[in-house]
Design a protein around this ligand. Structure first.
Ligand code: CAA
Length: 379
């Protein structure tokens, strides 16, 4: 597989790098400490076309490929994973899901606003008792003729408080199990839809994570995505692509921590020389560099397979499993290389270490990725 970037992809990568360095870096520590949503930064990312990267320009998107999207995700995540998860959910889960499976009316009504960043979207699958076990949905969407009556609670929803549009997965016919599940488009402000408390998180603290409560919310039938009972497949298909975005986020977190550790090791002196001259540090850098490049190749491979129209369930799960593991290991080592400074917020690596952990949990834990991978190789 040829991973040489085109001139356009190089330019997009550079644009994302410039934006991350010039706009996201300043204020990132404060947003993390205060759990402050990057409102102005999201607005600017909308202007740059980062919120609807793969969406057809006729719906306001940038019409780019998945590889360009992962390049942007990597660069943003090097600096601010709270901002990049907003980009990832909006692109991979919400815009892609709507563009691929929505009706023309749904696209006209919602996609343009989502792709341009006029509003952002949220993807609502997880529940208090259904995170990994996604078929066990307790939220119900009862068919009432011209509408569904939605009741239940969703948990840990990224963009939960700030989104304008929510794609909600709910059970319509329990007897049909996963074939009785539907995906519904819910708008903020619909009667009976309440936003629950904001989560106080270990990492990605600038992103807005809430539980959501649905109490007899009337969702018009035309807001269902796909045929009756398509909701679970919709969620699985959408998450398969989402995992490529999160893999790119993990890659970016790892690469960001590595870049900081490399620079620090060439400046900081101990025992009469820069610490990079000590093999104990140089070998850590060698391991980090190798692991990051291996993760990058897996992420690019998954993106390319998606762009080529091949099945990317396996490559996406492998990329997410490995890149998230590399993110965790690399950020721990980056803190170690920084010594006491690594434990201090000003040096950024402690935040990257905290942010890394979520990449092993959301859009399917590492254990879920291993289920997907092992099923694929054993079938
Ligand atoms: N594409 C299409 N269809 C798929 C699919 C895929 N990738 N994976 C499964 N399916 C289909 C199967 O074909 C099957 O359909 P049929 O019976 O009609 O053939 C159906 O879905 C059920 O499949 P399984 O029996 O394999 O289902 P399972 O209960 O064993 O679950 C699982 C499989 C992989 C564990 C799945 O439940 C899963 O992915 N769980 C994790 C969910 C997850 O990622 N949650 C994260 C929440 S979202 C989030 O984090 C967003 C955020 O805010 C950042």
């Amino acid at each position: 597989m040829d991973f040489k970037l085109t001139e356009e992809q190089e330019l997009i990568k550079q644009a994302a790098r410039d934006f991350a360095q010039n706009e996201l870096l300043q204020g990132v520590i404060e947003r993390d400490e205060q759990q402050k949503f990057p409102k102005e930064e999201v607005r600017k990312m909308g202007e740059l076309g980062f919120l609807g990267m793969m969406v057809d320009p006729k719906y306001g998107g940038s019409g780019l490929d998945t590889l360009s999207y992962v390049l942007v995700m990597e660069e943003l995540s090097k600096v601010d994973a709270s901002s990049s998860v907003i980009v990832s959910v909006n692109n991979s889960l919400v815009c892609w899901g709507l563009e691929t499976y929505g009706t023309e009316e749904q696209k006209e009504k919602y996609l343009h606003k989502l792709a341009t960043g006029e509003i952002i979207g949220a993807f609502c699958l997880s529940e208090p008792e259904a995170g990994s076990d996604a078929t066990s949905q307790k939220t119900t969407a009862i068919d009432k003729g011209d509408h569904y009556l939605l009741n239940g609670t969703k948990n840990w929803i990224t963009n939960g408080g700030t989104a304008g549009v929510y794609l909600v997965i709910a059970q319509t016919d329990k007897d049909k199990k996963h074939r009785g599940i539907n995906a519904l488009i819910v708008e903020k402000g619909m009667e009976g839809f309440e936003i629950g408390p904001k989560e106080n998180k270990l990492g990605i603290r600038g992103s807005d994570t809430h539980s959501l409560l649905f109490n007899d919310v009337k969702v018009p039938k035309e807001n269902r995505i796909g045929e009756d009972g398509f909701g679970f497949k919709f969620a699985m298909k959408t998450l398969a692509g989402g995992r490529i975005g999160i893999a790119a986020q993990a890659l970016g977190i790892a690469a960001g921590a590595y870049e900081l550790a490399l620079k620090y090791s060439q400046e900081r002196k101990a025992f009469g020389t820069e610490i990079s001259n000590h093999q104990a540090i140089a070998f850590k850098l060698a391991d980090m560099h190798t692991q990051i490049q291996a993760a990058r190749l897996l992420v690019y491979q998954a993106a390319k397979e998606k762009d080529n129209g091949a099945n990317y369930d396996l490559s996406g799960a492998m990329a997410k499993l490995y890149a998230s593991q590399v993110a965790m290991e690399t950020t721990v080592e980056a803190v170690q290389i920084h010594g006491g400074n690594g434990f201090v917020k000003d040096y950024h690596v402690e935040r990257l270490m905290r942010d890394a952990k979520i990449t092993q949990i959301y859009e399917g834990t590492s254990e879920i990725q291993k289920i997907v991978i092992s099923r694929s190789i054993l079938k």
